[in-house]
Design a protein around this ligand. Structure first.
Ligand SMILES: Cc1cc2nc3c(=O)[nH]c(=O)nc-3n(C[C@H](O)[C@H](O)[C@H](O)COP(=O)(O)O)c2cc1C
Length: 204
């Protein structure tokens, strides 16, 4: 075994293994135990993980609004649902977290105008996934929600106009009869290549 392989083998047994247990264990949770409250301390642990996320120019544009009081949660369930994909399982969701981002940061307005890359979306996505993975490590279920009425959520949660609501995260204890992972992933050779773009994988 080369020293590099030896290092790799050692890492496999330690931090990387634990990290991958969390990453591979996470799946979108759409069945919650609606009777079991989620302690605020656990949500705060997830928020702390989100707080440590990297961001363009370290501007940290993300903002989170946690809805855990029953009236607010009930309003989100009814007023933020979109037609077509109605998410009936929302009825059991005990906590919604609105993932928001500041739109008024100069760096996040000027830099994308030059590069064409909307950094605040990248930043918020990273922070949101930190939250989700922390939740997984604590045994909580989550689901990203992109199909919802963002304006309704902004109204219900009093989010000012300079802040954009980007996504909802549902949070709660998974129901005991959760289904196994449904969604497969593309193999590595279809999503990554070394040193140049691999055109042969396109269309697969
Ligand atoms: C940005 C984003 C938006 C999503 N929107 C929804 C949604 O509106 N409703 C839903 O049930 N799942 C939603 N999902 C969850 C995806 O369907 C899910 O992550 C994907 O199918 C992979 O499954 P897994 O999370 O169980 O691995 C969303 C995920 C992301 C990242």
């Amino acid at each position: 075994m080369t020293p590099a392989q030896d290092d790799h083998a050692r890492l496999e047994q330690t931090a990387y293994r634990k990290f991958m247990d969390v990453v591979a264990g996470r799946r979108s949770c759409r069945r919650y135990d609606g009777t079991r409250p989620v302690p605020r301390e656990l949500i705060e642990d997830c928020l702390e993980a989100a707080r440590l996320a990297p961001s363009a120019c370290n501007r940290q544009p993300w903002r989170f609004v946690v809805a855990d009081d029953p009236q607010t949660v009930a309003r989100i369930r009814t007023e933020a649902r979109m037609p077509a994909l109605v998410h009936p399982w929302w009825d059991e969701v005990p906590v919604f977290v609105a993932l928001c981002a500041r739109l008024d940061l100069v760096t996040h307005r000027v830099a994308p105008a030059v590069s064409g890359i909307p950094y605040y979306l990248i930043d918020a996505g990273i922070a949101g996934e930190h939250f989700v993975l922390a939740a997984e490590s604590l045994g909580l279920g989550t689901c990203w929600i992109g199909w919802f009425r963002a304006r309704a959520v902004a109204r219900i949660l009093d989010v000012p106009r300079r802040i954009r609501v980007l996504s909802l995260l549902t949070v709660g204890w998974p129901a005991t009869d959760m289904e196994p992972r449904q969604q497969s992933r593309l193999p590595l050779d279809q999503i990554a290549s070394w040193n140049r773009w691999n055109s042969t994988r396109e269309g697969k």
